[in-house]
Design a protein around this ligand. Structure first.
Ligand code: CA
Length: 235
């Protein structure tokens, strides 16, 4: 599948030249001549790269740049006749990845496009494969991040440590004191209620009620199969 590039540029001769060059370089190229139209196309096409003109008749290119980076993760090359360092910085701080000044050499544009797309490809390939756990929970250990059914869940440092400890020791029951000791350390002044509160929060935030199991008279256990409901019924 060829990578998709969207050009938002109101000057048709410039847009045409870019379109011609990029098509020849093997890309799927789309063109919009107004900012609003371009933004709409971006949401529909989901291009791999956006070439965005600074001066557009309806919306300022820098404003589009901000709108885009708020909603979509796409690299942006700003295109402009302006050459001052202030303008360049404004474009880059609005989220642009690169900057090309008009008049440009088509070969240079293509080289820059290729460089950015290669970089993006590397970033995607380096993305961490998550460890999979019950209930749609995914752990990205290197990123220190937990997701539930594809959505990142914000955990406090202690919630995170407690979760990791239980996940790393599946099917093993721990007393509240053991968990306190491992996660909070010997010096912690709080009581075992702290553990209960953190378990409750983890169950709620991650939808793990069936998997972070209460072991009556003991404490808690991570059950990959999910016997929480079963156990409650037996009570
Ligand atoms: Ca223009």
């Amino acid at each position: 599948m060829p990578e998709k590039i969207l050009i938002i540029e109101d000057e048709k001769p410039i847009s045409d030249i870019l379109r011609y060059g990029l098509k020849k370089a093997g890309y799927d190229v789309y063109a919009a001549y107004r900012g609003a139209e371009g933004f709409q196309m971006l949401l529909e096409i989901r291009p791999d790269l956006l070439i965005l003109d600074w001066m557009l008749p309806d919306i300022d290119g820098v404003d589009i740049c901000r709108m885009v980076t708020e909603q979509v993760n796409v690299p942006i090359i700003m295109l402009t006749a302006k050459g001052s360092i202030d303008d360049k910085l404004a474009g880059l701080s609005a989220g642009a990845d690169d900057y090309i000044t008009k008049p440009f050499d088509l070969r240079e544009v293509i080289l820059r496009v290729q460089a950015i797309l290669r970089r993006m490809d590397r970033v995607q390939k380096n993305a961490e494969e998550p460890e999979k756990y019950a209930g749609g929970v995914r752990l990205y250990r290197a990123e220190h991040r937990v997701a539930s059914h594809g959505e990142t869940v914000t955990l406090t440092p202690k919630e995170y440590e407690l979760l990791i400890y239980l996940l790393d020791n599946p099917k093993r029951a721990f007393t509240r004191d053991q968990l306190l000791e491992h996660v909070w350390g010997y010096d912690y002044a709080g009581d075992t209620r702290t553990v209960d509160i953190h378990i409750q929060r983890l169950r709620k935030k991650l939808g793990l009620s069936d998997h972070l199991v209460t072991v009556y008279g003991v404490g808690y256990r991570y059950s990959p199969e999910g016997d929480g409901r079963q156990q409650q019924k037996e009570q």
